[in-house]
Design a protein around this ligand. Structure first.
Ligand code: GSH
Length: 325
């Protein structure tokens, strides 16, 4: 775990000393768009590349949207090693990791310095890379999924709309409560270095899960009967919850399996065509338990839990009306 300072790698764990033990996530720095008005990055088949970790919930969002939007043959993917230690994310070619198939680097931070020689900041995945200009288009998952969700529609003929105009307000509302409380909330609990910071995050995680569970009693998806990007953004945290966040990040008031509605909702999304293939519990568990030496110094990876996400979800029959957050 570390970061680049003026293009030079430094091995450093997150510094929580200035924030009362609270983990504060840094903003992503590359924020360009495919299909933007300046036409710098036009939507073209084979031009763009995704760097992902199968362990990472943020990167996982991009893989799901790539699948749902039939982009597999248009955007190829490099998968990093699940283990992230003193060199940060690295490239290996074993057990589901592909190596860097776009540029042949050994280390993910070389992708960042290839884009910007004096880059200072964290070296995160996902990264959307442009092979033509050797630049990073974007390294913020919420923006990458927006682009993949619309920019390539003419190329693929896939017009599935994960951010439909009629639901945008509701989607934005859900995103703005779910990001702090759930997506980042589990990290704030897990990376907290004081009891108070942990307790604060824990309370927020479960208050929001309770709210979502009550909502899902009457609605198949967050915004009614239409699957949207808000569901994808929530799902990638939920699918990791019982395997990792419950134990490793101490979010252990209850498992998601014990929520009457969330448990079926997770299976519903898991069972959408192609989604199960994007979920790799081996990378997920290995990453968290074997990479965070400050939390789990033995790096022993737990064998459980044993949950069958392919069993019936029973949610198709829910009568729906559009729903706000
Ligand atoms: N805002 C980013 C966050 C991405 C992120 O933090 N990814 C984690 C992996 S789960 C990472 O690469 N962390 C490495 C680090 O912080 O040094 C996004 O949503 O794309």
């Amino acid at each position: 775990m570390g970061l680049l300072v003026d293009g030079v790698w430094q091995d450093k764990w997150y510094d929580t000393s200035a924030s009362g033990g609270r983990f504060v996530r840094e903003d992503a720095q590359f924020r360009q768009r495919i299909g933007g008005e300046d036409d710098r990055y036009p939507a073209e088949s084979g031009r763009y590349h995704l760097y992902v970790s199968l362990a990472c919930p943020w990167a996982h969002r991009t893989l799901i949207v790539r699948t749902l939007k039939d982009l597999q043959s248009h955007i190829d993917v490099s998968v990093v090693s699940p283990i992230m230690l003193e060199n940060g994310w690295t490239f290996v070619t074993e057990e589901g990791s592909t190596g860097d198939i776009a540029q042949g680097h050994a280390l993910m931070h070389q992708v960042y310095s290839a884009a910007q020689r004096d880059y200072s900041g964290r070296v995160t995945v996902p990264v959307l890379w442009d092979k033509q200009t050797s630049s990073i288009v974007n390294n913020e998952s919420s923006e990458i999924i927006r682009m993949l969700g619309a920019a390539f529609d003419d190329l693929t003929g896939n017009h599935l709309d994960l951010y439909p105009s009629a639901l945008r307000q509701a989607i934005d509302d859900w995103n703005s409560r779910i990001y702090p409380a759930i997506n980042n909330g589990v990290y704030r609990a897990g990376f907290a270095t004081s009891q108070n910071a942990y307790a604060e995050a824990y309370a927020e995680v479960f208050a929001e899960l309770d709210h979502i569970d009550a909502h899902l009693a009457h609605h198949r998806y967050l915004c009614g009967d239409t699957l949207t990007e808000a569901d994808i953004r929530l799902f990638t945290t939920l699918i990791r919850f019982d395997a990792v966040y419950h134990g490793h990040f101490k979010c252990n008031r209850q498992r998601l399996e014990d929520y009457p509605n969330i448990s079926g909702y997770v299976r519903d999304i898991y069972q959408l065509p192609g989604v199960a293939d994007t979920v790799d519990f081996s990378h997920i568990k290995t990453h968290y338990y074997a990479s965070h030496g400050t939390i789990n110094p033995t790096a022993v990876v737990p064998l459980g839990p044993d949950i069958d996400y392919a069993r019936p979800h029973g949610r198709a029959a829910l009568a729906e009306e559009p729903a706000a957050a």
